[in-house]
Write a protein that binds this ligand. Structure first.
Ligand SMILES: NC(=O)c1ccc[n+]([C@@H]2O[C@H](COP(=O)([O-])OP(=O)(O)OC[C@H]3O[C@@H](n4cnc5c(N)ncnc54)[C@H](O)[C@@H]3O)[C@@H](O)[C@H]2O)c1
Length: 90
């Protein structure tokens, strides 16, 4: 019986590797990620497995977080706020 796993920030570098790992184990993986434009300027990353259930929302959105937690047994928190590069600021 697969576990239901939620990875916050799961579209990012570490989270997407974890998602692949758990999918390969036969687990069900849901990702909650706001696709921060600083990290994902081109939108959803092509490396994120299509087998992931992707919810595009901010972890600070309580309603979205509650929905994302529905049926979840394990939460892995990899959400990370990228620091704005000094050269990118105006
Ligand atoms: N990358 C490394 O080498 C490394 C090494 C050790 C530890 N870590 C830790 O692992 C964690 C993740 O790092 P990473 O390299 O995967 O970062 P990342 O920037 O690649 O991924 C973070 C993800 O969080 C998402 N995100 C940002 N703010 C969000 C919000 N408010 N709501 C929902 N999603 C949001 C982004 O869109 C992105 O997909 C961090 O805590 C980092 O310190 C990373």
């Amino acid at each position: 019986m697969p576990n239901n796993i939620l990875i916050t920030g799961g579209a990012g570098f570490i989270g997407s590797y974890l998602a692949e790992h758990f999918l390969a184990q036969g687990q069900h993986v849901r990702v909650l990620d706001n696709l921060d434009p600083q990290v994902h300027p081109l939108g959803p990353p092509p490396y994120l497995s299509p087998d992931v259930e992707l919810i595009v929302a901010d972890v600070r959105d309580r309603s979205a977080l509650n929905d994302a937690l529905d049926g979840i047994e394990i939460v892995i928190h990899e959400q990370f706020r990228a620091r704005r590069s000094p050269t990118a600021s105006s």
